[in-house]
Design a protein. Sequence first.
Lengths: 545, 270
Amino acid sequence: MRRKITLLFWLALPVLAHASPSVPQDWWKAPGSLASDDAQWRAKYLQQKEVADAFAADLQQSQKTGKGMAYLDQGGVSPSWYKPPIVVQPFPGAYSAKLYDLAYSAFLQSHRLQEAYRLAYTAVLQRPDDRQWRQRLIQVSLWLGQREQALTQWTWLAQHGDAAASRQAITLAVSLSRPDLVVQLLSPAARAGTLSDADWKSLIFAYGELGEPDKALADIDAALQRGGPRRYLLEQKAYLSYQLGQVQQSLAALQRSATLYGSTPHTAVEEARLLSMQGNYHLAFQALEQARASASLDDVPFWQLYALLAWEIHDDPAAFAAEKTLYLLGAASQYDLQRLVLLSGKENAQAAMHVAEQGWQRYHLPLFYFEAIYYAGAAQEWQKLGALLQQIPHNDPDGIRTYSAYWMAMGQWASSQRNYERAGRAYAEALRRNPEDELAQSNLLWMLIDHGRIAALRALLVGATLHPAPGLRDAVANALERIGQNRAALFVQGGTARKNTPQALLQQAGLWAESGSPGLAWSQRRLAAWQSYQELERKPSGAQP
Amino acid sequence: MRLFRPASLLLFGALVVTVVFAVAWQYGWHGRRAFSESAADAHAQMQSATLMLQSGQFTAAVRQIAPILANPNNPLYRQARLLQWQIAQTQALAIPPQSPARRRAEAGLLPLLDGLLQLGGWTPAELRSLAKDAFAVGAYGLSAKFWIAAAKADPAFAPQGQWQAAQALAAGGDAAAAGQILLDLAAQTPSPARQKALLLQGGQWLQGGASAAVALTRCQALLARRPGLWQDRQVVLFMSRLAMAAGQPSLAAQWLHSELVRPEQGRKPS
């Protein structure tokens, strides 16, 4: 009697608890799960995009106005190698070869580099076509750390047909972050198709710094038209068009490269990424499938994308194989583990349980814990389940006990241990956490039915039981039958969509017979027999194609 | 009459003898017993020797003036020495050049010239002539000495004489002395153009003959006295080259820098 009252008290509690705001969320939406993290990623991506856009706009503004670009404007302490630019006044008077040559050597011999710099600067101003003086100016500039001046002179020499100066100018322009000069120096050769891969890299980077990837793309197109296809250029074209948002073009370049030079796991990954951006998950998966033979176990990104795409297109065997590979390589992320749990759970609950337990140990996410106890229950690993349940310390740092799933598993485990008292308490706790939990309700009912707790069932089913929730209908009907209210059970069953399976018909027939209508029961049993016969006849013919 | 007393006769006789001796002395008798070597003879010998020289009879000419040369007290002695030199010079120059005989002859000329120089007392014109002759036969040192003597003898001619002496010294391989003469000359010359030319030439010779350091010091000393020369770019370039050759590039740099920053209007076209 006292037990009943306790039970009723627990059952009544949810009505009070319903109002409280701290209703625990579903455990599969807890942080760390795919569903919740996806929303987080989206928000983070949007924020990053906003920041990047603002930065790009600011940079463009700076480049247009020239403000904020000077090194010293950044307000730091200059590094030791930094030499401020020397501002010199040219010497008055006309150029005289004898005087200037002699003075240059005298200044150098007496270590007056500043004067030598001023002299060479004057000479270059007065005789712009004199290469020797430009070379001298470069020499002194480098001694004085005037790399900008050296770059200017080298650029002039390069533009007047000096190949060695051209190399120097490019190197210096790259190290001084003068993309405009790099472009000026390299673009003609690039368009003519006579540029090495390293120089192409510099050129493309310079265009990127200038914020003009479209021009880089135009140069690449010109080079491809003049010099024929080239692997590096095709890959760069793919990358740049992707940067510009021209996914189709990027894809075309990648596919051209793949047909001409073969598909590598790396390019296949790129291609698949682009295709999946367009939503063509099937094509993307095919691209990966083509490169699968050449992918080694080291290509973790490949296998990750492969698993993801297979999961997307519901190719469960492929996804399972890939996830298994990642799991065995130790490269599985928490999401990989989640997918692997889901993929293996259908066939092999025990394996899923082990994977989930692994995830719980590695990432300590409640999600994996609940997966583990779920699959432990499904695999009927009661000992394991008990160990898992006992693992939660008393103070419960992860808030595991706030989820009703824990109490459900506890109920399951306690029932398996025939500790019905404890099971009942666990189910009641689950229901207290979430009064709407139909699973808990039906589990509780089934437990009471299975173990003949008629009194408890009566107490539970008192009141409006004729219109249970759809998920509870079966359990309520069975419970009513168990406590002898056959008509009510029939009514509850009748509320469901009429099931004409032989099993359902036989059950109804039993109910009718017990509630005093043997005729109806007989005709239903006959109908069930007829249907079973027909089904038996249909089965062999249906099995043959 | 007491006039014919022996003492009076002796006195008269002595007077007559004195007069005779005086007349003879005046005619060129110098107490020798040989009366044939008289002044008239000497003139005749000189003239005949000159004629013989012109006709190429060098040995005979030498024989003609030999008596005069034997007597330094002969009034024509100096002329005879000159003639002797001219004969020897003509004789030597008659030998085909580049031959050992010519070389020997030229070497034999030097003591003659040196003797003339030691003799001294020549007129400026003679000195100039001797200097030129000496230069012609390759006795450059003696030529320079003659030029210097000529310059000393004739103050109006002094600058040119010194210059010639310097040329002769330079030709003889003593560029240092020649350069120093030119620098001294530059210090005395009033014309800036001449000063500049002398400085450049003298400096170069000093550099070649002594060393760049010596040349630099001497030229600097000169320029300290003539600072106006610094306005000339050629001088600046020369001095800077000199300084760099002397291992003082900082001096050169200093001068060149002031030349470079000198305003346009103060500059001479060079």
